[in-house]
Design a protein around this ligand. Sequence first.
Ligand code: ASP
Length: 338
Amino acid sequence: MKILLIYTGGTIGMIHDSESGSYIPFDFENLQVQIPELSQLDCELEVISYDPSIDSSNMNPKIWTQIGKTVEDNYRKFDGFVILHGSDTMAYTASALSFILENLNKPVILTGSQLPSGVPRTDAKENLITAIEIAASTRDGKPEVPEVAVYFEYQLYRGNRTHKVNAEHFEAFESVNYPALAEAGVHLKFNRRYTQNTNDEKLIVHKKFNPNIGVLKLYPGITESTVNSILSAPKTAAVILETFGSGNAPTYTWFLAAIKKATAKGILILNVSQCQGGSVELGRYQTSKALKDMGVLSAYDMTFEAALTKLMFVLEYTKDIEKRIELISTNLQGELTL
Ligand code: ASP
């Protein structure tokens, strides 16, 4: 099996610099020196390192599509891809890649670490080695995980279902609304009921994202001017409305009028719950019924990261409003449960 490692940046590729006291990137081409166990794996590895490496706080749609292009350019040559990425925005990149890589039939596994490779208690080694093993795993000649996934601390999750939950624990990610795709113990156990199936279609790589998305997070006491400033920001094409519980929002007259004005202007409003688990159910309570009547869309059980990247993707995919609404409400890449 041939696996391509794409090092974009993040702690996994860093060492501790005793002089400055901070983490600095090491030359990833020398990966085998840092992690000699890699030579024991039963697969051929090649490495592409982004230069300069990118702390994931500096990730953006341009770099997401660059990663998509790296996969596209090497798609025929390799059986699987492991993307090394900072954990901070890994869930966003994983979600974006799930929309970028349509008809993906090979594993694209993102991983990173909480501690740099060189320190004694590092999680980098285990995360990297297992991610490579997962990318190289097949059953009946087909890849076990032909989709974008995140591997971190013994769990493999669907990429567009992940959310970073912890800046301290090695278990940094969760996928609250979708089961793990695999677990790494003594054996690698794949949950085949939950992984995507392969198909015979040709890979299509989408390279355009519209970043003009506003985010309106509701909280008790939010003011009319705050709401209006977000809804009327220049160029805004869509707004994520972060609501309470199963999609609920205040029923104040000024609030509903502001939402109505925005939808009437053609701004798409997508209702994402502030709760990690469960789904938006528009109309279940009176406090969400009004939103539904005004054309606010449900994100169902999508993560914030999936909802954001899906909106950016859909807004570029088509200019047709009805088609946009249809795509947002459809399960495109396993990101939502209807
Ligand atoms: N700041 C780093 C990043 O996200 C942290 C990490 O690698 O986990 O790029």
